[in-house]
Design a protein around this ligand. Sequence first.
Ligand code: COA
Length: 172
Amino acid sequence: MSEFILRPMAAADLPAILGIQAQCYRGALHESGAALASRLALSPATCWVAAPPGRPQALAAYLFSHMWPRDGLPPLDGVLARDWEGGELTWFVHDMAVAPAGQGQGLALRLYQAARAAALDAGLRSSRLVAVQSAAGWWGRLGYQQIAPVGAALSAKLAVYGDEAVWMGREL
Ligand SMILES: CC(C)(COP(=O)(O)OP(=O)(O)OC[C@H]1O[C@@H](n2cnc3c(N)ncnc32)[C@H](O)[C@@H]1OP(=O)(O)O)[C@@H](O)C(=O)NCCC(=O)NCCS
C-alpha cells in the first residue's frame, strides 16, 4: 500500500493533471484543459487525485470519471455537458493516470476504488470505459470485458481513441 493521500479533485488541480497527462500519454491522446475541466464539472464526486502526505498539490495520480448514457461514448477531447434525456446511465471511467514515479504501488487501484464508491453512492450500477495504450489487461483484472460497438457512429467515436482502443464494461 502506497503512502499517498487520496482526495476529491479540485479545479485548481488541472495544471498538475496536465503535467501528468503529458508524461503518461502519447500526443494523440492528450486532451485540453477545457475538456478535462468539463468532466470534473459534470461529476466532481467521482474525480479523484493522489498526492504525498503534507504536499496536497504535488499530484502523483488522477482519475476522471462521470455518468454517461450507458450505450454511448463521450467524444475524446470534447467539452461535455449534461445534455442527455432519459435512458440508463453508466459510470464512465474516462482517464486514470499515475505518474511514472508512483506506478506499481497500487495507486491506480486505490483511486479506482474511491471513485467507484462515489459512483455507487450516486446510484450507478454499471461501468464503461475505453482502454488505451494496452491497458485492457489491467481493466480485465478488475472484471471488465470487451464490448463490441454496434453501428457505424459508435465505431467512429471509438476509433478516435486510437486503433488499439478497446471499449469495455462490467456491472458494479
Ligand atoms: C495503467 C496505470 C494507471 C496503472 O497504475 P499503477 O498505479 O501502476 O497500477 P497498480 O499499482 O494499481 O497496479 C499495478 C499492476 O498492474 C499491472 N499493470 C500495469 N500496467 C498494465 C497494463 N497496461 N496492462 C496490464 N497490467 C498492467 C502491473 O504489472 C502491476 O501488476 P502486479 O500487481 O501483478 O505487480 C499506469 O501504469 C499508468 O498511468 N499508465 C499510463 C496511463 C494509462 O495508460 N492509463 C490507462 C488508460 S485506459
